[in-house]
Design a protein around this ligand. Structure first.
Ligand SMILES: CC(C)(COP(=O)(O)OP(=O)(O)OC[C@H]1O[C@@H](n2cnc3c(N)ncnc32)[C@H](O)[C@@H]1OP(=O)(O)O)[C@@H](O)C(=O)NCCC(=O)NCCS
Length: 184
């Protein structure tokens, strides 16, 4: 079943729709990866139609195997929904209680709190619908925008990690834990 998520209706800001990536997103995906900031901070590179198709294949395989649950985040525009972000829950294992989240926003969408709003929706869903108890978030120490998103979204800083190839600098490990279920 296709998972489609929405930001809460009364939340300030434009309503966001989150749905699995699809082939129709290829032109917007190629466009998003033209941004040097994106290429600086993310590991996967999309350069053309072939690499974009491979990237989409990876997302589709992730959903079918249940290991990588990624969402294209869309904002309504006058004529169509516009791609503004990607949020992923990765490293999901059968019966596992923890996984890692990742995200990026398109260059044009930055600075409006989109990443945090989309991450919040996915976090709540991952806890409630996927039974995960802990979500980890990793970023390089000098990626201050990502650090702010983590803080604003309730992912507390838990550790500073040494550099790990291919990342040349220390990393921040943030985590958010599912709410405790009150005893029956
Ligand atoms: C990180 C990223 C997803 C943030 O998305 P966003 O939707 O623009 O997030 P926000 O609008 O909440 O802005 C981020 C915060 O970082 C701050 N910020 C942005 N650039 C910054 C910089 N160079 N230095 C310090 N703070 C910065 C903003 O002021 C904002 O903080 P505030 O809410 O306290 O004012 C986006 O910058 C991005 O896609 N970067 C490239 C990919 C990436 O780094 N992904 C994460 C990998 S771990």
């Amino acid at each position: 079943m296709t998972v489609v998520l929405h930001t809460p209706p009364h939340e300030p800001g434009p309503p966001l729709t989150l749905r699995p990536w699809a082939e129709e997103d290829i032109p917007d995906l190629i466009d998003a990866y033209r941004d040097p900031v994106m290429r600086q901070w993310t590991r996967s590179h999309v350069d053309d139609e072939r690499t974009a198709r491979r990237w989409i294949d990876t997302q589709e395989r992730g959903w079918s195997e249940g290991t990588r649950l990624s969402f294209a985040v869309l904002e309504p525009e006058a004529d169509r929904a516009r791609l503004v972000a990607n949020v992923v829950v990765k490293g999901v294992t059968v019966g596992g209680a923890s996984a890692e989240v990742g995200y990026w926003t398109t260059r044009a969408a930055r600075g409006r709190g989109i990443a945090g709003r989309a991450l919040e929706v996915v976090t709540i869903w991952a806890f409630a619908a996927r039974g995960l108890r802990t979500l980890r978030l990793l970023h390089q120490v000098d990626n201050q925008a990502s650090c702010r998103v983590a803080q604003k979204c309730g992912y507390a800083l838990e550790a500073v990690l040494p550099p790990l190839s291919p990342y040349p600098r220390d990393g921040h490990l943030h985590a958010r834990h599912a709410p405790q279920v009150p005893p029956a």
